[in-house]
Design a protein around this ligand. Structure first.
Ligand SMILES: Cc1cc2nc3c(=O)[nH]c(=O)nc-3n(C[C@H](O)[C@H](O)[C@H](O)COP(=O)(O)O)c2cc1C
Length: 213
């Protein structure tokens, strides 16, 4: 159950790691997932969801402004990336116990793909952050999973299938973290993120192999 190996190299799982981040937390988690996924042999794209907030709002928060500048070269996720991928990992902040509007705006452009069955039978898991330990992290994960259920995506949560889940705070829905006053992640979450990436790829490889049989 504790998957540490590599997926089949001749037909790697195509993994889209899709994040939204204002101040870098979810970017950090996405980068950890990216490194682990490459190590596991997946074909990986790290993609950011388009920022749609007004420039004045971004400028009013130095951490937000600095992070926008730092991450400007990360490619923006396109609908074609959703079609390309066998599996998704979403990393998104908690906003009032829900997904950020930027994420919802992108998701709501996928109606045509959904209608044409282009999103079904993929695999997904999600990660999130919040300011408070009990700030709605699980609820945010459930919100994005609800969309996955509509898409016909198979949601592959970590559950309690690896010791790293406990070290990171024990969220079986997906890795979730708390952002301290210094803007840094409080929990020791890197191993859990890496494990979640490997597990998403592993389940993705099972589904992909099953579809090809
Ligand atoms: C509009 C808004 C709503 C938020 N709602 C919550 C919340 O419900 N619970 C919480 O603990 N933190 C909340 N936060 C804090 C964010 O979750 C936190 O800034 C985010 O996890 C940082 O992630 P990032 O660095 O990737 O942007 C909110 C922040 C904003 C701007």
């Amino acid at each position: 159950m504790f998957f540490k190996g590599k997926v089949k190299e001749e037909n790697p799982v195509k993994l889209a790691i899709i994040y939204y981040s204002s101040t870098g937390t979810n970017y950090q988690m996405a980068k950890w997932a990216e490194a682990a996924a490459i190590e596991a042999g997946a074909d990986v794209k790290l993609l950011r969801i388009q920022e749609t907030a007004p420039q004045e709002a971004i400028n009013s928060n130095p951490a937000w402004k600095a992070f926008m500048e730092k991450s400007k070269d990360v490619p923006e996720v396109q609908l074609s990336d959703l079609v390309w991928a066998d599996a998704f990992i979403f990393s998104i902040p908690t906003r009032f116990g829900n997904v950020p509007g930027q994420v919802k705006q992108f998701i709501d452009t996928a109606g045509g793909l959904w209608y044409n069955g282009k999103l079904a039978n993929k695999v997904a898991s999600a990660m999130t952050s919040a300011q408070n330990v009990h700030g709605g992290q699980e609820q945010t994960l459930l919100q994005i999973y609800t969309t996955m259920y509509h898409w016909g995506v198979i949601v592959a949560t970590p559950g309690y299938t690896d010791p790293s889940v406990f070290t990171a705070g024990g969220n079986p829905f997906g890795t979730s973290v708390t952002v301290g006053k210094d803007g840094q992640i409080i929990e020791d979450a890197k191993a859990a993120v890496e494990y979640q990436a490997r597990r998403t790829i592993q389940v993705g490889s099972w589904i992909k192999a099953g579809i090809q049989d």
